[in-house]
Design a protein around this ligand. Structure first.
Ligand code: PNS
Length: 165
């Protein structure tokens, strides 16, 4: 059984993430979509909210499980018997940070391979940060995030509670 993990912040999940999730779910028997619990990074949504949104938007994918994880991603992957870490690549700007992460992860755990999937063209410039910025200034983000995520974004940005790392 080929198992992969797709780690990230997912604050919140976008159609760019969902594109990678759907394509990776086709390639692997099981895919764990995993939200990093990172107390050092301020987030708009709590880890639980992010996992809940991921579960909502992936409920049609039977081999996908969404959860959170702590600490090193390679340890998390090993704990899940996953041999692959999936990451999405957008523009050239993503390359350097991803190169460093993949190289470090490979050095920590050579048996865990990182694979990159090119984000589909319509989402090549979409990030959670840019979505939050547009939504915070009242712009419509319905093209880039599922309806339920947009609804929660609007509610949160109007002052509906605080997120955490
Ligand atoms: O969605 P993001 O913020 O680009 O995801 C980054 C993430 C969570 C994949 C990365 O920060 C990570 O794997 N953190 C866990 C800690 C770790 O394993 N660090 C070593 C890799 S250099």
């Amino acid at each position: 059984m080929k198992i992969a993990v797709y780690p990230g912040s997912f604050d919140p999940v976008t159609y760019g993430h969902l594109d990678i999730i759907q394509r990776a779910a086709d390639l692997f028997d099981r895919l764990y979509v995993a939200v990093l619990r990172n107390p050092n990074k301020k987030a708009l949504f709590s880890v639980e909210e992010r996992v809940e949104m991921l579960r909502l938007v992936t409920s049609h994918l039977e081999n996908v499980e969404c959860e959170s994880f702590d600490g090193l991603v390679v340890r998390y992957a090993q704990g899940r018997q996953a041999s692959v870490i999936v990451r999405g690549l957008r523009a050239v700007a993503d390359f350097e940070a991803e190169f460093k992460m993949a190289s470090m992860n490979r050095s920590l755990a050579p048996e865990v391979e990182t694979i990159f999937m090119m984000t589909s063209a319509p989402y090549s410039f979409v990030s959670s940060s840019i979505i939050k910025e547009v939504a915070s200034f009242g712009g419509s983000v319905g093209k880039w995030v599922p309806r339920e995520v947009e609804r929660r974004l609007i509610r949160r940005l109007r002052g509906g509670g605080e997120g955490e790392g």
